[in-house]
Design a protein around this ligand. Sequence first.
Ligand code: NDP
Length: 330
Amino acid sequence: SREWHLLSRPVGWPKPEDFALVEAEIRQPGPGQVLVRNKYLSVDPYMRGRMSAAKSYVAPFELNKVMQGGAVGEVVASNAEGIAPGDHVLHFGGWREYATFDGKQAVKVDPEAAPLSTYLGVLGMTGLTAYAGLLRTASFKEGDSVFVSGAAGAVGSQVGQIAKLKGASRVIGSAGSDEKVKLLVEEYGFDAAFNYKNGSVGEQLREAAPDGVDVYFDNVGGDHLEAAIGSLNRDGRIAVCGMISVYNNTEPAPGPKNLARLIQTRGRIEGFLVGDHYDLQPQFFQEVGPWVRSGELKYRETVVEGVENTLEAFFGVLRGDNTGKMIVKL
Ligand code: NDP
């Protein structure tokens, strides 16, 4: 079984030499354990943080050990109660072909109910992030105008569409290519979208949201956050989900220059972590599941094949190669 190890902690943009694909033995399950053959792996921006030694909300990846991440696979052997060979499970033993771990860490998923890859994306962690961040952290309500950055990505595309389905007055998105911008407007039903690489984010946002924004869902940080504060309406709310524009910085990024605008607007800015919001999962499945099944909520996946290409897929997420959730298919 092949698995990815972190060899050294990247400084700035990660390099291929920081990682190695290593051959490992397949371990038969001990008491209470399962052996799973992975079918889909998730690569996510937060993994960049785990490559650094700095303490964070998840422990750093250990050097010369298998890296972990979300995965869906088929159970090959099981000593865990309630889990049988042939079952499909969602778990955290990614970045490898086979994983052996405690059955309590596996969540059974139904391949008949939804394609397996969706348990990593639109019905998985990134989907719940969009749902919780918009509805709970940003206190979205009908009639709000919503701006979301990273809008063609896994989280962002779902934020914009959920806002639309729940009665937003206007939804604006930004993304890093003209093709992505077109997708946002023509397929996902955004009212306006712009390519942040085509000019000033602040100016493009003012044009796209002439009446300002009530909610900003931040996936990017930097210029985007400053622009959103500049366009924030009275009682506006900013949910800080991610700041991908600074993840590879070697120096701390400067903060927004216009924070004082939060006083005038009585604005609120609040970070959140999806891990704190799993109590919303049943409600999320109940509300979002039917939208996905009916096609009212659309999603894309960028699928890269082969465990040997997992690292390249991860680099692709940092570069913006993906539209929707980046998935590795084994
Ligand atoms: P995405 O599918 O959105 O992929 C990342 C995207 O970021 C890329 O496709 C790229 O798109 C964009 N990007 C890369 N560099 C920049 C840059 N310098 N400026 C602007 N955009 C950039 O990933 P996810 O949906 O999985 O995650 C989105 C955000 O949410 C991330 O910041 C992530 O860390 C965060 N997150 C936070 C969670 C939480 O609990 N708080 C949970 C899950 C995710 P483009 O072509 O548009 O540049």
